[in-house]
Design a protein around this ligand. Structure first.
Ligand code: NAD
Length: 415
């Protein structure tokens, strides 16, 4: 597989060409501003020492402090973190948030370690990257395999180092410790909102549609819950890393969430009509497909066999280079990651605002502000799509690039 960053640049390049982006601005945006690699030792429960590799990449800060999650996964690499930071710049910009883009990660399989070991890994990592993060500099958040508890350790570690409680240094914290109502389900909620808007654009109400979702983590399970419970869609297929399950009548997502908590996987859920592979899930005859696991999951070969009419990218970068073209040709409406999964960073922004003001909002207020921002961003992207007669991804990039380019030009190039 080629470099994910190169693949990200290609998609960005299509928008840059179409909008005739200034060459200087293009050069700036093609390079991350800062890349930090940390190698740090941690004492294990048996007193042995392991050394871990972690990253923090800040892609761009033209619009404000950098913002982006931290991933714990054995495949984390500088290329992956750079790509994720790159997408964050445009995700924040398409939503109109006053942030730049960043991302972090540790090369680790968290399932292999005890809770105490993970706490020490998390605290040491955050201490190592604290030279570049801060509530006015760079504000981390959860991503794959990182949780509100880990965010609490990050916040405490930073606070211990600076000598006072700094709530605004990370988002996605537990409610009651500077966390925001609605943050946990925010990405899934945003995915559901844009899925309903995409359905409407296709002339069908989402309540008449069937859905398949790859990944039953934070994004996938809340997207499933909200799409079925609040939007009335029929979620007929779901998966996690162990495999997929199918039910033509739709799943009871709350029950499935309980099953996942108890058994660690949904792949052997007894109430499923049938089991299938993740590949089969992606080519099912459904109306909406939501890839919500990891990047590069839909290869060009899979794209050829996709039957869904709408793809909503819950995950970051789920379409491999080449897959976009095939799907666009087939008339599939792709709601791109930088718009579709931006609900998480949007409520992270609300959390940061609440922390800085020490004044907390009710859940209904969070959800309605999120809904409004997702609606606006979808509408702006749709208008851009029509203006340039292009696909939604390119349109979303154009909306975002315009904002970053404006800020960069107004600020000027230092010194
Ligand atoms: P998570 O760790 O909570 O869940 C990941 C899910 O994907 C798990 O159910 C896992 O079993 C499944 N998975 C892993 N490999 C798989 C495979 N090969 N096939 C099928 N399923 C597989 O992570 P998450 O926070 O839900 O993140 C998922 C994606 O969404 C990532 O791309 C992430 O960057 C993106 N994202 C997350 C947020 C957020 O707020 N958490 C926000 C924006 C984007």
């Amino acid at each position: 597989m080629g470099s994910t960053y190169e693949s990200a640049l290609k998609k960005f390049g299509k928008a840059a060409e179409l909008m005739n982006l200034d060459h200087g601005i293009r050069k700036i945006l093609e390079h991350p501003k800062r890349q930090l690699i940390v190698e740090f030792p941690v004492t294990m429960d048996d007193d042995s020492i392991e050394v871990f590799t972690g990253y923090r990449v800040q892609h761009n800060v033209a619009l404000g402090p950098a913002k982006g999650g931290v991933r714990y996964h054995p495949n984390v690499s500088l290329d992956e973190v750079k790509s994720l930071a790159f997408w964050m710049t445009f995700k924040c910009a398409v939503m109109g948030l006053p942030y730049g883009g960043a991302k972090g990660g540790i090369k680790i399989d968290p399932k292999q370690y005890s809770k105490k070991e993970l706490e020490r890994v998390s605290r040491r990592y955050f201490s190592e990257i604290s030279i570049v993060v801060g509530p006015d500099k760079d504000i981390p958040a959860p991503d794959v395999n990182t949780t509100p508890d880990i965010m609490a350790w990050f916040m405490d570690t930073y606070s211990m180092n600076v000598g006072y409680s700094s709530m605004g240094v990370v988002t996605g914290k537990p409610v009651g410790l500077g966390g925001s109502q609605g943050r946990t389900e925010a990405t899934g909620r945003g995915v559901s909102t844009v899925a309903a808007l995409a359905a409407k654009a296709k002339g069908v109400d989402i309540s008449k549609m069937t859905v398949a979702i790859e990944g039953f983590g934070n994004v996938g399970k809340y997207a499933a819950l909200i799409m079925s419970k609040e939007k009335g869609a029929k979620v007929v297929a779901l998966s996690d890393s162990k495999g997929a399950v199918y039910n033509s009548n739709g799943f009871d997502i709350e029950e499935l969430m309980k099953y996942k908590d108890e058994h660690g996987t949904i792949s052997d859920y007894p109430k499923a009509e049938s089991k299938m592979s993740n590949e089969e899930l992606k080519t099912l005859d459904v109306d909406i497909l939501v890839p919500a696991a990891l990047e590069n999951s839909i290869t060009p070969e899979i794209a050829k066999n996709v039957k869904a009419k709408i793809i909503v990218e819950g995950a970051n970068g789920p379409l491999m280079t080449g897959a976009d073209e095939i799907l666009n040709e087939k008339g599939v409406l792709i709601v791109p990651d930088i718009l579709a999964n931006a609900g998480g960073v949007t409520v992270s922004y609300f959390e940061w605002v609440q922390d800085l003001q020490s004044f907390f909002w009710k859940k209904a207020q969070v959800n309605s502000a999120l809904e409004e921002m997702m609606n606006n961003a979808f509408e702006e992207t749709w208008k851009m799509k029509e203006k340039y007669s292009t696909d939604m991804r390119t349109a979303a990039y154009i909306v975002a690039i315009n904002r970053v380019a404006f800020a960069t030009k107004k600020r000027g190039i230092y010194p």
